[in-house]
Design a protein around this ligand. Sequence first.
Ligand code: ACO
Length: 326
Amino acid sequence: MKSAKIVGLGKYLPSNRLTNTDLEKRVETSDEWITTRTGIKERRIVSSGEAASDLAYQASLVALKRAAIAAKDLDAIIVATVTPDTQFPSTACYLQNLLGASKASCFDLSAACSGFVYGLTVAWQFIAGGFYGNVLVVGSEVLSAITDWTDRSTCVLFGDGAGAAVLTATDKGGFLSSYLGADGSASDILILPAGGSRHPASIDTVNKRMHYMKMRGNELFRIAVRVMVQAAKKALVKADLSASQVDLFIPHQANERIISAVAARMHIAEDKIYRNIVRYGNMSSASSAVALCEAWEEGKIKKDSIVLMDTFGGGLVWGSCIIKWV
Ligand code: ACO
């Protein structure tokens, strides 16, 4: 059976920087608290009117150019996002139109911070099964639109951005394994309460600030470490690899302390961990997409590199995958 490989990566970060010092002027916080508790120094924020498909478009243009694949040759577009342009049509459909990818089927995928790894896995299986040839997977988020800028426990954590990957078939290497998991019983730990069919938008939901993310960060922290270790180990077993064979570990960039705790429990050496949380904060599905792209741009991923991606997010959902770079 064929596998799939990544032939092009792209990213887009809005130019507006929001620093910890800027946040000190909005809520009762400090650069020192944010830095030591999270590892974040700044994050990017969209300009007024910029939506998830606009970010996705810029990232996709770069990925397609590097892949030397024309948009019209895409068979499918999967956009992982929790901040779609609209409830429907899907952000993938808006992106298809912007790219002129008229042949592509399009859908959005909702798996919070694990969305990009979920999307890569779906694309890989489409390709391995022979259903599609070229698939574009994008993680794109405008989290600033659902952030409560009066809540210091969440507003310091999140940022906007997009990352994109183009996948095609390969006879050797490429995706070696993937492991996806979920626990719907803990859905209230991280949630956007209103705007769906449970609590449609109303004056009441707006007054109660129910269109902003609510998170019990402390609880989430402990679960994140446990399930990310579990997910990484499962993917390693499936690929018949040990942690010492991993050349680059790309964890979800939610909190510097979560990254370090997971890597320590996996016995992954410091120089094999990719981090960019300091620059961008948590961009949900875009975090691992941008991290993968930047690691490749910085020359940290070479031919035959074994890359382990490991993610965790609201749902709860988690997902890991192992790619042998070809
Ligand atoms: N500035 C200053 N003080 C603050 C801030 C802030 N921005 N935020 C909270 N505090 C205070 C709290 O009020 C509390 O004060 P108290 O002791 O007087 O009550 C104190 O700091 C400690 O608060 P904790 O919540 O216990 O702090 P913690 O060390 O757990 O760090 C954090 C909070 C950063 C949110 C952490 O718990 C975390 O990263 N959790 C995981 C988040 C995560 O992984 N999300 C992933 C999924 S994201 C997605 O799916 C979109």
